[in-house]
Ligand binder design. Sequence first.
Ligand SMILES: [Zn+2]
Length: 338
Amino acid sequence: MLALFLFKWGIRCRQQRLLNLEDLAVLTTSRRSVKQRHCHPASPKKPPRMAGWWPSSVCFPRASVRHGFNLLAPYYHMMSIEDRQRMAASLLERLAQRKVFFTTSWDDGLRTDLPLVELGQKHRIPMMLFVCPRHPNGKAMTSGELRQVANGAEIGSHTLTHTPIDHCSPAVAREEVLAGRVFVEGTLGRPVPHFALVGGRYSSANLNAIAALFDSVRSTHAFNFFRPAHGALIKPSLQVRFDGRTHPLKMLWEAFMQLSFAGLLRVASRVAVGQRQHDMLAIIPEICAAPEIYLHLWGHSEEIEECDAWRDLESIFSVLNAINGVPMTYSEFIAAKQ
Ligand SMILES: [Zn+2]
């Protein structure tokens, strides 16, 4: 009896203070994903290193971990991000008294946006595509393709040639972002008032120089779950990314800037075991205490294609649908400014 108590107490400590079992499930999921990516001939990028302070956790055979979870299930709340129904049900329960408004935005305007928009329409996920008509990788959508996706998504601009505006003069920055906007407006024959910074990079002088040209300028900050602030950058919530993850220090810095101390600690525990931004969908109720949550996911369709992660993306869309969230177009989301 004493041994059983000590065992249970020990597991509880591990779960609550050191390693959440949910993280362990995500680690095993990540391990499978890494193998898949490693074998993918189209991906030129190295698979991400399995970060984490718990190396033994990734050595367990997947079946053993599942078996262990089943044994412990009656005693502990456990969930794998892979199990979208359970994740959605758990989120729904924890968000019962709250409202989640959500939107998504996708950068670069490459041809992989075509299947992305199709998937978005299938799941009724609102999408903003920030397009760059002369992307240097030569994979930009043609004008015809752009008009086609514009039927199922909003279109914003993302410079003409994918040039960051952090190391140029304000005049050059203005010229580059205006050229992109004019091109897209000419193709679609309608105003394109929203813009996304290339790589999230900017200098404050250049940001001031271009801010007046657009209704909104989206950055690549993270962990912002609040109503978009008037007159400021539009800071997204989480990046959907499968070819690696944001640098852990950057994630911690973003969490430090945007979240409460308790939220920062929650994020830090997930960052420590190798989680990515979008893995933290599962802990939104804990890291954001506001009664209204503004969830803005963003990413790159090209990277989804390279990692063959369409099914993973579909799982995320399914979760968004299942939590009774309120889908908003990007324009509506921006219009909800404080
Ligand atoms: Zn970009």
